[in-house]
Design a protein around this ligand. Structure first.
Ligand code: HEM
Length: 472
């Protein structure tokens, strides 16, 4: 007895059970190419909350801004934690469900229950040195990001002072990976091999499974080293704040950090570059960079194109009306920030040309489970993008903005590649942070940075060198 329903608050609440509704598949070709159309169709048909089929498993998708906020804010009514999922407890979720592997790893993002509180407090404590602008660790991080960015830009420039490049593969993807390696405190550039494996896992190609096994083993080894010999790095800070973590648990948290940093920060950087290059006709966005408004530009970008489009599921603690339906206890609920931002209730308040954008968006989440690394992620992205526009005097998209290729998963959406035409600025050597050339004989003595000659022997660097294109 599926019913066509109107706007939220219109009166009748449909009590049909989720399993009995004819849910449409969410992850279709349309979702890949024009997700906003899919959200609008669902909104028209069901209102702010719609039943969807997620690769064979039914779930509720929250499209309304008000409803999304309600779910995110009330952890008691909408807890995370797969143990709360009725269909899973009843054996209704197939063992080979494709989303199983990413949800069944029990780390801070997925976890519900009483253990989450202390784990989250430890995450906040472990990230603090990197996020507190006055802390030496935060200053070291900024210096490292600048130096990594310079290394990558110098490498691109080996193709010539002017040329073509894919700024996604050659900059936005590797830079956050290098930052993650810095946060994790990998000795030397040993982490580079693990970074390549993270890449393989994210790309979900045929070599993803062995790459994941190798990566988890490497992270477990790293966790053991940090337990034995704590350093000035995230794993050591997390252990200090949560001494009860087992090696396996610590390795899972490190995996989570690596995944979040490498994919989402890279997406934010690529999207910001596109916004700066093509945001308006008169170059005002680019001019705003030199006026120190890069953070504001990024805030607008992260709102219009949230890297995390759908959040990990919550579950109704008891039967609760939401939108035009009654959500049964134990039903899975996926909040879509992308759809909530397109809700006329939210979008109606956004002037497209506004340079002062709202901070009420959901791209970093909301409530107690919102992103603890917002400052860190924004800093890395701002420093990286800022450095790009300092070192390239000219950057142009090599494809019209609306033809850039996107890649989507049920959780994220980002550019697959970012082809540009560039011209390097003439810069005095001292203006390039500490490693202006890629000559292995000139290893940096800066303790922040990994050994350069080792990095250049690493598979990450060999891969990046292989991407260098000739002049245009
Ligand atoms: C542009 C980059 C990033 C974006 C857009 C982003 C966004 C988000 C969002 C929306 C959530 C909430 C998800 C939910 O409610 O289900 C979240 C949670 C989280 N993020 Fe981020 N994030 C980013 C980068 C990072 C980085 C770099 C780290 C780690 C260094 C990180 C660590 C976390 C953690 C640990 C949580 C879980 C918090 C909890 O459940 O208590 N994020 N992030």
């Amino acid at each position: 007895m599926e019913s066509q329903v109107g706007e939220s608050g219109s009166g009748n609440v449909d009590c049909t059970r989720l399993e009995e509704l004819t849910a449409q598949p969410l992850l279709t070709r349309d979702y890949e190419t024009r997700p906003s159309l899919v959200y609008e169709r669902l909104r028209q048909q069901h209102g702010p909350v719609a039943p969807v089929d997620l690769l064979g498993v039914p779930a509720w998708l929250v499209l309304g801004y008000r409803e999304a906020f309600q779910v995110l804010q009330d952890e008691a009514a909408w807890p995370k934690g797969l143990e709360n999922w009725r269909a899973r407890t009843e054996g209704e979720v197939p063992a080979d469900w494709p989303l199983g592997p990413s949800l069944e790893v029990n780390h801070v993002l997925i976890q519900g229950g009483p253990g989450h509180g202390s784990l989250r407090t430890a995450w906040d404590a472990a990230l603090k040195p990197f996020q507190d602008p006055g802390h030496p660790q935060a200053k070291r991080l900024k210096a490292a990001v600048t130096a990594y960015a310079d290394d990558l830009i110098t490498l691109v420039g080996q193709g010539g002072g002017t040329g073509v490049a894919d700024l996604s593969a050659q900059f936005s993807r590797p830079l956050p990976l290098m930052v993650a390696s810095h946060l994790l405190g990998f000795p030397g550039s040993q982490g580079d091999e693990a970074l390549m494996d993270m890449w393989r896992v994210l790309d979900a190609g045929p070599d993803a499974e062995p790459a994941l096994e190798r990566l988890l083993a490497t992270l477990a080894e790293l966790a053991a080293v940090k337990l034995e010999e704590p350093g000035d790095d995230f794993p050591s800070y997390l252990l200090a704040a949560h001494p009860g973590l087992s090696l396996d648990e610590l390795a899972r948290e490190l995996f989570m950090l690596l995944g979040m940093t490498s994919d989402h920060v890279g997406i934010l950087m690529s999207n910001t570059v596109v916004e700066v290059i093509s945001g308006d006709g008169d170059g005002a966005v680019r001019a705003s960079l030199s006026a120190g408004m890069i953070r504001e530009t990024m805030n607008r970008v992260v709102m219009r194109k949230p890297p995390l489009v759908n959040f990990v599921p919550r579950f109704a603690a008891e039967d609760t009306p939401l939108g035009n339906y009654t959500i049964r206890a134990g039903d899975p609920v996926w909040v879509s920030s992308a759809a909530a931002h397109a809700d006329p209730l939210f979008a109606g308040h956004m002037a497209p040309s506004s340079t002062i954008s709202t901070r009420a968006h959901l791209s970093w989440g909301a409530g107690r489970r919102q992103c603890p690394a917002r400052e860190l992620a924004s800093t890395v992205a701002a420093v990286g993008v800022g450095r790009l526009f300092e070192r390239f005097s000219h950057l142009d998209l090599a494809l019209p903005a609306d033809q850039l290729p996107w890649r989507s998963s049920p959780f994220m959406r980002g550019l697959r590649s970012l082809p540009v035409r560039y011209e390097l600025a003439a810069m005095p050597e001292r203006a390039v942070a500490p490693r202006p050339t890629l000559d292995p004989a000139q290893d940096s003595t800066d303790p922040v940075l990994p050994d350069r000659s080792a990095r250049q022997r690493s598979s990450l660097w060999r891969y990046l060198t292989g991407l260098i294109r000739g002049p245009r």
